[in-house]
Write a protein that binds this ligand. Structure first.
Ligand SMILES: Cc1cc2nc3c(=O)[nH]c(=O)nc-3n(C[C@H](O)[C@H](O)[C@H](O)COP(=O)(O)OP(=O)(O)OC[C@H]3O[C@@H](n4cnc5c(N)ncnc54)[C@H](O)[C@@H]3O)c2cc1C
Length: 338
């Protein structure tokens, strides 16, 4: 038995029957019982013990695969720390990942969860990935359309493939994304203006993101959290307008590629910022036993210390039920519940 406490950022205790660390993609994975791949454990809630094998992905490294006058294609191993990859790209003056600085986790999981932050998305610079098919033990290359990336989703959520490496196409020409949340006080632009002068560089954007995140978001090294617990729901514009009359400063974003179906959906739907709605219902910083949400961000569920996974899950379920009761919206978990 292995206690998973050091292996999940929500800092809950749960026992794994077996625990192995993969230090190379060639290492054999035992498939005789249920198994679960694990990176940093920044997107997982263990509500109970795991009656199987936890396979922790450790192998890391970054290499340049191809370089042209304008672009560099890099390959990162699945266990590579994501923030260190972003820092590496910024240090090499390559653009495409800088807004995703400080997202905790590994490269493999970044593709699994199709991570994004401040208007940048891993799929926008994604080129391909290599994965091991667990049933056939064969290595397969997946290109973007194969991966079925949608909002925090991909083909790889089912745990049928072990992602071994991911390649990204980064630009030598900065394509800076600074407009995200432009209508909000929390916008990237004012922070950028505080710390740098135009023309902004890739490093300026990276530094502004780090400043914003460290000032506003809880530090997972100190506090038990898995980031946003729920996905922002997609609702009709009609419903959004109705909600706006009840909630001042309600915020929503264009759905962009979220529905990945009919472009005309852009006119019908928006992605609702559900943190503001939770705030309105009194969830921001609300303590119940050993669980709370961040005083700055109601979507961040916090383990105040010693909470069990089940207690955290019950707290999150109360949030979900409250949103359902007051606004008839079904929230989906962004965190994987085990
Ligand atoms: C403080 C905080 C802030 C956050 N901010 C953001 C944010 O801004 N944007 C965002 O998108 N997310 C954010 N997150 C969520 C989290 O950082 C990401 O989901 C991250 O990609 C998780 O990486 P991980 O290595 O910890 O994944 P884990 O939690 O270990 O695993 C996540 C999933 O991926 C699977 N998996 C892991 N590695 C592999 C592999 N090699 N092959 C196949 N499957 C694999 C696991 O089985 C699991 O299903 C935040 C989390 C925290 C704690």
């Amino acid at each position: 038995m292995t206690d998973l406490f050091p292996y999940n950022t929500l800092k809950v205790h749960a026992q794994a029957k077996r625990f192995i660390e993969l230090n190379s993609p060639d290492q054999k994975i035992p498939t005789d019982e249920p198994f679960l791949f694990l990176g940093l454990g920044a997107n997982i809630l263990f509500t109970k013990d795991f009656d199987g094998t936890i396979v922790k992905i450790n192998f890391s490294g970054i290499k340049v695969v191809k370089e042209t006058d304008s672009e560099v294609i890099i390959e990162a191993a699945a266990g590579q720390n994501w923030h260190d990859l972003v820092t590496w790209s910024v240090d090499h003056n390559l653009s495409g990942l800088e807004n995703m600085a400080l997202i905790p986790g590994t490269v493999g999981a970044a593709a699994v969860g199709n991570i994004a932050a401040y208007g940048q998305n891993q799929e926008d610079v994604f080129e391909s990935l290599s994965a091991l098919d667990i049933t056939t033990n064969k290595s397969i290359n997946f290109f973007k359309p194969d991966c079925k990336f949608t909002y925090r989703e991909s083909l790889f959520k089912k745990n049928a493939f072990l992602i071994t490496s991911v390649t990204y196409r980064l630009s030598k020409v900065p394509h800076l994304e600074t407009s995200y949340h432009a209508t909000r006080h929390a916008s990237l632009l004012p922070t950028l203006q505080q710390i740098a002068k135009e023309p902004y560089t890739i490093k300026d954007v990276y530094n502004a993101i780090i400043k914003m995140r460290t000032e506003k978001l809880p530090d997972w090294h100190k506090v038990g959290t898995a980031g946003s617990f729920f996905k922002n729901p997609v609702i009709t514009k009609q419903k959004y307008t109705k909600m706006q009359s009840r909630i001042p400063d309600l915020l929503a974003y264009p759905i962009d590629k979220l529905l990945y179906t009919d472009p005309s959906d852009q006119d019908k739907y928006v992605k609702l910022s559900v943190a503001r709605v939770l705030d309105e219902l009194g969830w921001k910083g609300k303590n119940i036993g050993r669980v709370s949400t961040s005083p700055n961000q109601a979507l961040y569920v916090i383990n105040l210390g010693g909470a069990t996974g089940q207690e955290i899950f019950e707290y999150a379920e109360m949030m979900r039920q409250d949103i359902k009761k007051h606004f008839d919206i079904d929230l989906e978990y962004e965190v994987r519940i085990i």
